[in-house]
Design a protein around this ligand. Structure first.
Ligand SMILES: Cc1cc2nc3c(=O)[nH]c(=O)nc-3n(C[C@H](O)[C@H](O)[C@H](O)COP(=O)(O)OP(=O)(O)OC[C@H]3O[C@@H](n4cnc5c(N)ncnc54)[C@H](O)[C@@H]3O)c2cc1C
Length: 300
């Protein structure tokens, strides 16, 4: 970043909590990643909007949720990171609508839905991200995905204007939304749910969580499934078929338990993971013809 003094002065003038040189490995489930030169923690949507407006055109801005789908470069990021965390974690039930601030965890949202006897969010129980990250990614599991339940998202656009996308305007498709590739900040998400049976909702959540525990290497840092599901196949099955379980580069390894997960065995770097991704993609392409596209977002 060339204009550090200018960006520092702007960050100081915004009035929200900000820190410098924050190691992002502390904010990612992979436990990998160098520093963010500037790290902002706005308290309100208006504060986030003011920050974006002040920084617009001067520096790249990246919104960070719970870092559960991120691979951050070892040398850190050339951007101001805006983290919607604790300050954005309210969840409210309004009839059959669940309105969540973007930094709320998926587990908090799912628990609130269960408590209110609202169904259709059970699939997301156990996804370790934030509601905002899920809305960005169109996160999904076990036949459900955000696109089926999101009514609207409130955001701060790239120029700092507060707006909303409703229903079809979100342009959801597999692990994609209208926000993909943009630097909008999602600040609130509303889910349209259905009245259901609380005991049945709880039982379904428990069952799905159990499946995760049995199938996924939750004891290791990772970012979940590394690759998207290619048309007509499953990434994990292809990787296993190619004999790549346990393949290692440095501290990064293809999980023995779930070959769709690349895990950090303790001291993996971003470079290790990227090289492992490259090798897996190459071997799968050569041996099966399928092209594996990365689902995990690379942040540099
Ligand atoms: C053990 C494990 C299991 C997982 N299981 C699943 C699963 O079943 N299904 C699934 O879909 N995913 C799964 N994931 C991946 C991940 O949890 C999801 O993609 C999740 O939705 C990411 O949310 P996050 O808050 O962590 O986003 P982050 O990782 O912080 O960010 C991901 C992307 O979203 C953007 N983003 C985040 N928050 C905002 C915001 N408020 N406004 C704008 N952009 C934002 C970021 O800039 C980035 O591009 C799993 C991950 C792990 C580690």
């Amino acid at each position: 970043m060339e204009n550090i003094a200018e960006i520092r002065a702007i960050c100081e003038s915004i009035g929200c909590e900000y820190r410098e040189n924050v190691p992002l490995c502390r904010y990612t489930t992979f436990r990998i990643g160098g520093p963010a030169p500037f790290f902002l923690l706005p308290r309100t949507t208006e504060e986030a909007a003011a920050a974006v407006k002040a920084l617009h055109g001067k520096v790249r801005i990246v919104f960070l949720g719970k870092g559960s789908n991120l691979l951050v470069a070892d040398e850190g990021v050339d951007a101001v990171v805006i983290h919607l965390g604790q300050n954005f974690s309210d969840v409210e039930v309004d009839g059959e609508t669940l309105v969540c601030q973007a930094g709320a965890s998926m587990s908090k949202a799912c628990a609130a839905a269960w408590k209110a006897g609202l169904s259709d969010l059970e699939f997301a129980w156990g996804i370790p991200g934030s509601v905002g990250g899920g809305a960005y990614m169109n996160a999904g599991a076990y036949g459900g995905e955000f696109s089926q339940v999101v009514a609207w998202c409130e955001h701060v656009d790239e120029a700092g204007k507060i707006g909303r996308f409703v229903g079809e305007e979100l342009e959801y498709s597999y692990r994609k939304s209208r926000y993909s590739g943009k630097n909008y900040g999602i600040t609130r998400v509303a889910f349209r749910l259905e009245k259901g049976n609380q005991a049945a909702i709880g039982a379904r959540m428990k069952e799905l969580f159990q499946r995760r525990r049995e199938k996924q290497p939750l004891e290791y840092p990772s970012a979940g499934s590394t690759f998207k599901r290619p048309e007509g196949a499953y990434a994990a099955a292809l990787i296993e078929q190619c004999g790549l379980k346990g393949l290692r580069v440095g501290g990064a390894m293809v999980s023995e338990k779930h070959s769709g997960f690349l895990i950090n065995t303790g001291n993996a770097t971003c470079a290790d993971v990227l090289e492992l991704i490259r090798q897996v993609q190459q071997r799968v392409r050569e041996q099966t013809g399928f092209v594996l596209e990365r689902e995990v977002q690379l942040l540099r």
